[in-house]
Design a protein around this ligand. Sequence first.
Ligand code: NAG
Ligand code: NAG
Ligand code: NAG
Ligand code: NAG
Ligand code: NAG
Ligand code: NAG
Ligand code: NAG
Ligand code: NAG
Ligand code: NAG
Ligand code: NAG
Ligand code: NAG
Length: 676
Amino acid sequence: MHLGPLHLRFAASFIALSLLVVFNITLFSLDCALAAELEDAPPILLLDDVDSDLDVSQGSVSDLGSPLDQMYEPEFAAFDRSIIGRDQVRDTNALINNEAFQLNVRQGDTERFVFKLSQLSERELEVVQLELRDEEHTWEDIDEDEDEDEAEEDEKDENNDDLSGKGLDRDSVDLNLASAKQKLGKRQQGARRLFLSANTCLQPQAFNATKTTQPPPQLTLYVSTSTDNVEPGPGADSNSQVSMVFNEGAIMYNFTTTTDVYVGVHAPNVAEIFDKPYNIKIAISTDGYYYSYNVDDDADLIWVDSDSQGALLITHNLTDSNDEKEQQRIMNTPPYVMFAQDKSNPSINGVRYSFCGLEQNAQIATTKDGKYSNMVQTGMTKRGQGNFPKQQFFFSGLKPSTSYLGILAKTNVTDTGSPNLVGGGGHVFKATNFQTKSDHGNCNIVLNLTFCDQVAYSVPSNPNFGNASVLAKFYDDYAAEAWGYFKKALAQVACEAPVTQRYSLTRNCSDCEAAYKDWLCSVTIPRCEDFSNNASYLHPRAMSQPFPDGERLDNATMSLYAENYGDGKVLGKAFLQSRSSRIDEFIKPGPYKEVLPCDYLCYRLVQSCPSSMGFGCPLPGQKGFNSSYYIKNETNGEVVCNYPGSAHIFSGSSKDAVSVGLTIVVLVLVSLLLAC
Ligand SMILES: *[C@@H]1O[C@H](CO)[C@@H](O)[C@H](O)[C@H]1NC(C)=O
Ligand SMILES: *[C@@H]1O[C@H](CO)[C@@H](O)[C@H](O)[C@H]1NC(C)=O
Ligand SMILES: *[C@@H]1O[C@H](CO)[C@@H](O)[C@H](O)[C@H]1NC(C)=O
Ligand SMILES: *[C@@H]1O[C@H](CO)[C@@H](O)[C@H](O)[C@H]1NC(C)=O
Ligand SMILES: *[C@@H]1O[C@H](CO)[C@@H](O)[C@H](O)[C@H]1NC(C)=O
Ligand SMILES: *[C@@H]1O[C@H](CO)[C@@H](O)[C@H](O)[C@H]1NC(C)=O
Ligand SMILES: *[C@@H]1O[C@H](CO)[C@@H](O)[C@H](O)[C@H]1NC(C)=O
Ligand SMILES: *[C@@H]1O[C@H](CO)[C@@H](O)[C@H](O)[C@H]1NC(C)=O
Ligand SMILES: *[C@@H]1O[C@H](CO)[C@@H](O)[C@H](O)[C@H]1NC(C)=O
Ligand SMILES: *[C@@H]1O[C@H](CO)[C@@H](O)[C@H](O)[C@H]1NC(C)=O
Ligand SMILES: *[C@@H]1O[C@H](CO)[C@@H](O)[C@H](O)[C@H]1NC(C)=O
């Protein structure tokens, strides 16, 4: 590769950094975990990346000074931030704005970190300078300034190629830099708000998991802004520090300061019960939390439906804008990732609010390299009321009759893949509960139907009938066939006539079509629940048939329902058969319960369509109502009746539209849990 002066300078700086790191290690005698991390980490390899035949004499180590010396910052800025990011140990346990620092905290130990405000202004300087490079026109306004030191003179020479390549004037850059530094110097006097956050990625493991049901105790964070207490921790003066215990593997703390910040993370000693250290990621930011969680707001995730081995979940509307471009932009970028966990599995206990902990410990993670991510298909959909974009998650391969937790999360990572951004660590939302159905396996989720495009729920099924696509097509074709007859009937009505000659002053044929389609899809494609589900709003169907596995309902169960429905001991057709004989004839699902269509679907049909079409609805209390419809009532958050877009646990309070413009890029985490 061609070795430009910038490369050389970078390589030279890097040697200085590496030396400094080695020096620091000897000085502070780091624990073995970090030392081992150093051996494994790639910093030395970086030299090869630049050039192996490096001529160190070009910039000897002695005149490089501190790696934080401002004169070198512009050159670091010229490199991809990710290259710098790899060098996690350039200044031991020094936190850098919006960058996570990962390390082990051994049981009983306190790991210390420092956040230097002076460092912060250096980084801001980078930003200022980069902006100036792009704004040529402003340069002529800058006055001459003689106060250039030797170092800057050197830098000027080496950078000449680079800058002239951009057609820029060298002197102006340096002058501008100087004035920018002055400005920053002044600004630094004021108090700054800092956002400190950390995640527990790995916890100590119980020696005997059958005996220990509790997760290990949480870590404690100590923060001092006093130079009298540069080693905050359990042993330090409590008046000069604040302490906070992590909550489910996460901590967030914001404060203002005019001085450097000293941080301690203390791990309790539970070595008698638990083996191995804790592993954490900690980050500080001037802009917002790198890691965060909010489990107080309503869950952003809605459980739509499940079957015996799958589940469908969707987010709220991600925008309420009707702008086509805005909607398309959002449709192109699914913003969320999701973690899922069998509730009886304890692996995430203690790290439920930790993005890093969930990624490492959750049974299912939709992050790119997450565990069993092939069990989840995620994508965007506009299905549901309002047809606004939302993200959906479709699980398969789950255990029957099992309770799961679904945890939505979001990271701020750009296309470059660098996680060093505001909120780059990830935000964890409140968990949503969902359950899989029993293993009778006669309810199956169908989605992606062509005609009934709003249908995405469990329908009566039989494993012997065919896979989900075959099942979906069976129901969809049935509805589409009925739609054909309806269209012929509607063609007899004067739809295009002047308003006064139409069948209604308030409804037209489009309203009638829409109402008919919603009604038709919900009556021809019944929403299925387990027969063992005793919820009062469900209607038993096909009770006289055998389950797909050949099992039949016993007489006691049969008579139970006969009594409840006041028909003497005789079960009516509405219990013995499905709503449509086609289902019993071709699919043969066996006993199941139906979530009846909502009554309003029928009323709206009658109101919207010409009376000549002869639609009518039974009213509550009338014969046939109880076996046909259910009154819509979402006060207790359950789906008591079926309608397009219906879901479980619908909060009703629609969320603020979430602005999205982020790509989910997944952090490739290197496990730092090393044997010590
Ligand atoms: C773990 O604890 C259980 C219950 O106390 C005990 O039966 C089992 O032998 C223990 N296993 C080990 C490896 O110590
Ligand atoms: C900062 O912390 C305070 C109290 O700890 C909290 O009320 C406030 O919301 C936090 N600010 C931000 C921006 O998170
Ligand atoms: C989306 O917005 C529509 C229209 O405001 C609303 O009816 C629907 O309930 C919303 N859906 C979700 C999942 O929030
Ligand atoms: C994502 O990171 C960028 C760059 O740090 C920042 O400007 C933006 O505000 C961040 N977005 C969120 C939602 O935190
Ligand atoms: C549904 O359709 C979407 C987009 O066409 C596709 O990504 C997804 O895999 C389909 N899901 C199923 C279960 O067929
Ligand atoms: C479902 O079954 C049909 C017919 O047996 C087959 O053509 C199709 O590929 C199957 N689809 C899936 C997703 O397995
Ligand atoms: C039917 O009425 C709705 C308003 O109720 C209107 O938006 C729509 O354009 C009308 N369709 C036709 C074909 O007139
Ligand atoms: C439903 O009721 C029947 C009869 O009372 C009972 O045997 C069954 O366990 C109940 N199912 C559930 C899930 O509670
Ligand atoms: C169940 O009822 C049917 C008809 O009512 C009867 O023929 C059958 O013997 C009964 N079965 C048992 C086990 O009681
Ligand atoms: C319909 O169901 C309600 C309870 O949901 C019940 O009170 C009523 O008696 C039932 N009507 C008929 C005709 O069975
Ligand atoms: C809706 O359900 C709640 C509680 O389950 C009940 O108190 C209320 O009367 C119901 N409303 C209607 C209209 O049925």
